[in-house]
Design a protein around this ligand. Structure first.
Ligand code: RUQ
Ligand code: CUA
Length: 874
């Protein structure tokens, strides 16, 4: 490990960087470094991982959430968490498991009719085309309750959970084949395929291992169980798997431990499992031709049906030359196929070596039927030596591998040594080692297991954090460490604590390959992708009461509410039902604006739904207790979010209720009401004038040519378009003399106008940025300094605020640039200038000294020049 070289270059670069930045920031950086005890190397590493606000990451990582049963999404290099995707476990924020539609997905994971509400997510896999990630689907397995879930990367939601009908645990999944035709899932602990009792003494006869090939419909993004099959395997503990690709496409590789078929029995005086299961020097790498087996499985004669699922017996696979074993060093762990498919690296775990098998050698042995023997189940065994490209000593506890963009370059985790080794699987040479903290399991390279690895970074997924973070009690977070692999040697950049289960494995993809939606087509059931039966548009909101036959019936016990959500009200706002009624609420979020999610709950009923723009969901419960239950929007969606509420009132039909005596309260006189009405209308007219000026500006500058702006304008008009209906109601009430109600409707108009103006102004700002001339980097820095240095506290461009509008300020004075520069840097010295004096009188304020340095002042001048060139836009 050439650490000295590494440190030296970093130091030189670091000093140079620090010097430039320091001279620019007047030693500010050095001050911060000193105060925080940072070295130059630290600063470089920080700069390599820092994302300024609004900045994006180059890669997106999908990490298993371990025992949380979820998937964790974060960015690289910033290591900022972006999302937890609910998969096998209820997740309240997303409403997963708390509304009817998501509960249906969660319940697909029932095993033998029983609810399972957790999962041990292990291996996420991204869908592939020609072995390359395409960013469309994500699959992940549950080791504890053998299941595979499919997540749609258009909305990052779980769409399907498939239970393995014959396995009792499953570790070696999920792995896509190179064109996503199948997903591989290998069993872990051998067990009977059926659901009956079989004594452990009959282990060899009745317990089985296996590999399930799940047929995947890429277009729909669903597993098709009826077209899937399991390859029966001996009761060895099948472990990790990988699909062949390129030259080895069509084949699968799964390694194993406990080929001893030891079954322990501490309680009856036998040595424990760990002793017996690691007795032999070698275990078996299973090599199978899944493409051939998929064809064979189509013929009924070749399969056995267990629990409604197709099994290809070992004998059939062997008779068709589709299943082989190769000895591998004992109790191995990772098996990883190289980007071209020619090399298969198996790590030793209990052995300090990695073994690199060569596909062309294996293929030849298979073709020539050169076997060294058969296992007790009749499976042909290939000679280990003749299958190997070579072996290499890496260190203690080698586990998992990832590839980089450099040919032959491979990275391996060393669990016991707590190190990452960089080596070459072609030349079998170790190139570098890096310490990690501590006990690394998997590694995540950037597309590092695809046919197109990107290099740049490796993430070390450590099992233990020990002393790396603030002590938060005996249960520590796990630690993901980001390592820069772009240089000659590795450089550990940053730690990320993950407090959500043991994240086993992660896969990373270029962010540019992901294409998620920002909204759903109106009324979508996101779980099915179809229009929801409960889709409700504005004006269609209603409450229906039906009988058991589904007929409208005022005496029925089934109440259906068709509700809509839009800033900032829920329609309806009052729901009264009888105790014992079955209440079903369909909810549609009418918003089309990006990120305008509403949430919904009825207090006390253990229900929650998250409604993304355009989404419809369903909620169901029995109103089995009497009382008054507020319901409300659970996302802080708007300034009037707290007002986004209503009441569910449950009355007992067996009770008689005595009305409360009405309180006498002072009411307004007609004259007072009329005055308030007039004032409200006047405010609305003034607000509308502002909106019209923004609209005129948007039209003049052809907003339609810019998608971002056009989307915002659509959203603004969604709000504005609701005004005429409210106006009609207001006018009608006024005519009838209901001035109080007329005022309320006028108020609603004002709310809609404020929302319109809010988005309209955002659209205008976005448009200004798009049509204005490009800012020089100095003007950009100037705008930042203007904002952060406090100038914007008093000066608003294009408007007179608590200070004068600065548009044209450079023209207002002779030698304008110099004048403004002096005024910014030494305002005190110019207080007697007659112009400044006059300004002080007008604004009742003195220009303060904001202690801008020369560079900042110069940048601000550039920014002011940019404003002048684009003065027509402000
Ligand atoms: S396996 S730490 Cu569960 Cu992926 Cu190796
Ligand atoms: Cu909608 Cu808060």
């Amino acid at each position: 490990m050439s650490k000295t070289f590494n440190k030296l270059t970093s130091f030189l670069v670091g000093t140079a960087l620090a010097a430039t930045v320091a001279s620019a920031a007047g030693g500010e950086l050095q001050k911060v470094m000193k105060a925080r005890g940072l070295t130059e190397n630290d600063v470089i590493r920080a700069a390599k991982t820092y994302n300024p606000t609004g900045g994006r990451d180059e890669f997106i990582v999908f990490s298993s959430g371990g025992q949380s049963g979820q998937v964790i999404v974060y960015g690289v290099p910033s290591m900022r968490i972006l999302k937890y995707i609910a998969v096998f476990t209820p997740e309240p924020w997303q409403g997963y498991g708390y509304d009817v539609d998501s509960l249906k997905i969660l319940r697909q994971g029932n095993i033998r009719g029983r609810e399972i509400n957790w999962g041990d997510t292990h291996h996420p896999a991204l869908s592939e085309k020609d072995g390359k990630y395409d960013g469309r689907w994500l699959a992940i397995n549950d080791k504890a309750n053998p299941r595979i879930a499919i997540i749609d990367l258009h909305d990052f939601e779980t769409k399907q959970i498939t239970v393995n009908p014959v396995f009792k645990s499953a570790h070696g999944g999920a792995f896509f084949t190179q064109n996503s035709d199948y997903i591989i899932e290998a069993a872990q602990y051998a067990a009977p395929f059926d659901n009956f009792y079989h004594p452990i003494e009959e282990y060899k006869e009745t317990y089985r291992g296996g590999v399930t090939m799940w047929k995947f419909n890429y277009k729909k993004g669903r597993i098709i169980p009826k077209d899937s099959f399991t390859i029966e395997m001996p009761p060895y503990m099948q472990d990790l798997s990988d699909a062949g690709k390129g030259v080895s496409d069509g084949w699968g590789f799964t390694n194993s431990f406990n080929t001893e078929m030891y079954t322990g029995g501490i309680e009856v005086g036998m040595p424990p499992n760990e002793a017996g299961m690691s007795r032999n020097d070698t275990d078996f790498l299973h090599v199978y031709n899944w493409k051939k087996l998929a064809k064979i499985a189509k013929n009924k004669k070749n399969v056995k049906i267990v629990n409604g699922h197709k099994i290809i017996p070992m004998s059939v696979a062997v008779a068709n030359n589709a299943l082989f074993l190769i000895p591998e060093p004992k109790s191995p762990h990772g098996v990883d196929v190289s980007p071209d498919g020619e090399y298969i690296t198996v790590c030793g775990k209990l052995d300090t070596h990695a073994s690199v098998f060569k596909w062309s050698k294996i293929k030849k042995l298979i073709k020539n039927k050169k076997y060294v023997g058969r296992d007790p189940y009749g499976i042909p065994i290939l000679d280990m030596k003749s299958s190997l490209h070579g072996q290499i000593e890496l260190g203690l506890g080698p586990l998992h591998n990832q590839y980089s963009n450099v040919k032959g370059e491979i990275y391996t985790s060393l669990y016991v040594d707590s190190q990452i080794v960089k080596w070459n699987y072609l030349t079998l040479k170790v190139l570098d080692k890096e310490n990690v903290h501590y006990n690394v399991g998997h590694l995540a390279g950037m597309e590092g297991k695809s046919a197109d690895p990107q290099g740049k970074y490796i993430i070390s997924l450590n099992k233990l954090a020990i002393d790396r973070f603030q002590n938060v009690g005996p249960l520590h977070p796990q630690n993901h460490q980001l390592i820069d692999i772009s240089g000659k040697t590795m450089d550990l950049l940053v730690d990320m604590p993950l407090p959500l289960g043991e994240p086993h494995q992660a896969v990373a993809i270029r962010a540019s390959k992901l294409n998620p939606h920002v909204r759903y087509p109106m009324g979508t059931n996101s779980k099915t992708g179809k229009i929801h039966v409960g889709k409700t548009l504005a004006g269609q909101e209603r409450i229906e009461r039906r009988n058991a036959k589904g007929k409208i019936d005022p005496k029925g016990k089934f109440v259906t509410i068709y509700a809509t959500f839009v800033r900032s009200h829920i329609n309806p706002e009052r729901i009264t039902v009888n105790k014992g009624d079955e209440v079903k609420i369909y909810m549609t979020n009418l918003e089309r604006a990006q990120d305008e999610t509403h949430g919904f709950t009825v207090d006390g009923f253990d229900v929650h739904s998250s409604l993304e723009p355009g989404e419809t969901t369903e909620m169901k419960f029995i109103a089995d207790i009497e009382g008054v239950f507020p319901y409300y929007c659970t996302e802080f969606c708007s300034a009037l979010h707290l007002e986004m509420m209503g009441y569910l009132m449950v009355k007992d039909p067996k009770k008689t209720y005595v009305s409360a005596k009405k309180l006498k309260m002072k009411t307004m006189t007609t004259a007072e009401l009329k005055a308030e009405y007039k004032k409200t209308v006047a405010v609305n007219d003034a607000t509308d004038a502002v909106i019209q000026s923004v609209v005129a500006f948007l039209k003049e500058n052809k907003f339609g040519e810019h998608k971002v702006v056009a989307d915002l304008v659509t959203d603004a008009f969604d709000q504005y378009g609701q005004i005429p209906a409210q106006k009609k109601l207001a006018d009608a009430e006024y005519k009838k003399g209901n001035i109080e109600k007329a005022i309320l409707f006028e108020n609603m108009i004002w709310q809609l106008m404020v929302k319109t103006a809010d988005v309209g102004i955002r659209a205008k700002d976005a448009l200004v940025r798009l049509v204005a001339t490009k800012q020089s980097s100095s003007a950009q820095a100037g705008e930042r300094a203007f904002g952060e240095g406090g100038c914007s506290g008093c000066h608003v461009i294009g408007k007179v605020s608590s200070g004068p509008d600065l548009t044209g300020v450079l023209q207002r004075h002779e030698n304008g640039e110099k004048w403004v520069t002096n005024f910014i840097m030494n305002p005190e010295k110019m207080m007697h200038d007659p112009y400044v004096k006059a300004m002080i009188d007008v604004y009742n304020l003195k220009m303060p000294n904001q202690h801008m340095n020369k560079k900042e002042t110069k940048d601000i001048i550039e920014y002011l020049k940019w404003i002048d060139t684009n003065a027509n836009l402000f």
